[in-house]
Write a protein that binds this ligand. Sequence first.
Ligand code: FEO
Ligand code: CA
Ligand code: CA
Ligand code: CA
Length: 606
Amino acid sequence: GGKPGRPVPGTDFDAVPPNTTDAVTIPEGYGQSVVIRWGDPVVPGAPAFDFENQTPEAQAKQFGYNNDFVGLIPQDPLGIANLLVVNHEYTTETHMFPAGTYDEANPTEEQARIGWAAHGLSVVQTYRDPVFGALRAVPGRANRRITLDTEFELRGPAAGSRYLKTSADPSGRKVRGTQNNCAGSVTPWGTVLSGEENINQYFGGADTVTDPVAAARLKRYGFSGTESTRKWERFDQRWDIAREPNEPNRFGWVVEIDPHDPHSTPIKHTHLGRFKHEAAAVKITADGRVAVYSGDDERFEYIYKFVSNGKYKKGHSAHARRHNSALLDDGTLYVGRFTGDSPAAEIDGIGTLPGDGEFDGVGEWIPLAAGNKSFVDGFTAEDVYVFTRQAADKVGPTKMDRPEDIEPNPVNGRVYAALTNNTDRGAAGKGVADEANPRNGNKNGHVLEWEEDGGDAAALTFGWRLLLVCGDPNAADTYFGGFDKSKVSPISCPDNLAFDRHGNLWISTDGNALGSHDGLFSVPVDGPERGYVKQFLSVPVGAECCGPVVTDNLVLAAVQHPGEDAESSADPTSHWPDGGRAQPRPALVAVWRKGHFGLAGRIGVR
Ligand code: FEO
Ligand code: CA
Ligand code: CA
Ligand code: CA
């Protein structure tokens, strides 16, 4: 398909066609380089990566595994010096260790400790080559690794709760580490919020719990079985629910990292509730308070909002960072209900456009708790914060198709949520399609936007509509914002979201159900090209695309788990990024426009 009229600023590039190449494929006229990959040195004294000879001590100083969220914090007006903050979501030990050295039934303690050190986040000083465009990781005083051994402070109304006390921490206020950090955001005050997502998979011993209340709580959060996949409970009792029944409650929070201060203690904010937080994104309210949006990424789970009581102070100073961070510990937690405006009969479960021409409607934010006050019958405030899913169940929110990243659009003020997929919708005994989740057997996901009433992030009501119902544009059950479907790139399983300066949405995908590789896509959300999805890059074999960061002259994409479809490291399916016969390594890639002095080449502008 050709380009209609004048292209929208930021999206004028030739779309990358769907493909299955073991490479990062970018548009004509663009350059790329790997910024940092698993095992590369981060902090002083870090040895060079040695796949054959890994140690926990080395990994704790090197870039961790499975990069997901990427935050870029400029340190000068040109964006030459930047702090980079990257999440390391999870480990796959069968790919991390040389063939024949990792026994899934009997991992060694050394291997478990390498896994702990490969989690968390990295803070990395970077330098942008102003002429050639590449972004390089360099030594810096802010460089830091946060791992499963780093001390975190629990804050907010549930800090010190009886549900959070363990034998290692009788105060219920100090947690060792963070895990399964998925998407996130850079706050307006220059810190990073990160969601602890699939926390359940690391714990053993759930099936020893017989108390029905405790067992129901574990089940609602997906804790199950005897042994965990990684068997960490053999080496540290905190991973054994039979011995440390409260340790699971100390994960599943939104964490905050201050990358400017390498000695700061990272925070877990209990007022934002405990669930499988995909991410957390801030929007300032009309009267200067702080709203935080977060999705719970599991089938039929909910979208939440927190609104602070106190007002935001502008700037990135140490004082502003401390002040604004404390705002997240005093406010109100809400859960969202999305109501359609077309008769249910018009939502036929295969995504056919309803009679009024749009998947749209209104919504409301239902309060769950504020400080020590609960709004949910039968739940104390402490219950609401620690067992948020069960509290939300009581107030009738909308069960969504796996809420992944949520991001406010800095140009039009609306808020966007990626709903990645839900193949269980419409299955026997499960919820059926509704206007906000309009497809049964939803393999390809959709993207929803809402506008808070009065444009105020503190509003308790909003209007919403779908931007995209993803999939093969030739299929009847897809919708691209009303744009001509013969011109768009196919897109499947939207996950992480970002906006460029022009207000175009950028979507990275995880789990392409159309047979080609995941990638990064741009889409205008206003004007005549609303819904015109174009693929900007594709990722290697077995990888999902995370990040992303889109500035005026740079795109960053995190390539997570290249080659994960392989049985083990004995037979790699991907050799990205090092090529040849190399083992695949999760890595961060920078993309810029060539043919101009680096910083002058504008993304998507010709
Ligand atoms: Fe870690 Fe919901 O993706
Ligand atoms: Ca409608
Ligand atoms: Ca995700
Ligand atoms: Ca993902």
